[in-house]
Design a protein around this ligand. Structure first.
Ligand SMILES: [Zn+2]
Length: 151
């Protein structure tokens, strides 16, 4: 699944759970659950790099916007949810830049085995990412507006 979709899901998890540690853990689990759903991927090799560059920039921008949109009382949990949701894919960053994954081989094998990739699902993944991020941003803004006024 593209990282932008994991960012949106992690923001929703953090919004719902409010506390950073549970949000981080649930964000991590959300990543694995989403990887089990059919999603874009084009198999072995580095053919995913051009998409990953754009997706990485979009995901980072979404993290910034969603962190800023979060009311102060939920901001750390939202950031923790997004971080947990993105963490499993640091294997790709490690392999690309350092030639190896930062994860134990056992986890990498598990992470690889659960993938249900298809080369034609990128448009749907982008739509899912946009919907999750827009929903999270709207929810966070609404929560920010509904805070009781300070005295
Ligand atoms: Zn993954």
């Amino acid at each position: 699944m593209i990282i932008s979709a994991h960012v949106g899901a992690g923001a929703l998890v953090g919004t719902a759970l409010r506390r950073p540690l549970p949000a981080f853990a649930a964000g991590f689990v959300s990543h694995l659950a989403m990887d089990m759903v059919p999603h874009w991927g084009n198999g072995p090799g580095l053919g995913w790099i051009p998409v990953a560059r754009r997706d990485g920039v979009a995901g980072l921008a979404a993290m910034g916007v969603l962190t800023a949109a979060a009311p102060p009382g939920r901001r750390i949990a939202v950031l923790a949810g997004m971080t947990g949701a993105c963490l499993p894919d640091t294997d790709k960053i490690g392999i690309y830049f350092a030639g190896r994954s930062p994860w134990p081989r056992r986890f990498d094998r598990f992470h690889g085995r659960i993938q249900r990739e298809s080369a034609d699902l990128l448009p749907r993944d982008v739509l899912v990412a946009a919907m999750l991020s827009v929903t999270a941003a709207g929810l966070l803004q609404a929560l920010g507006r509904s805070r009781p006024p300070r005295r």
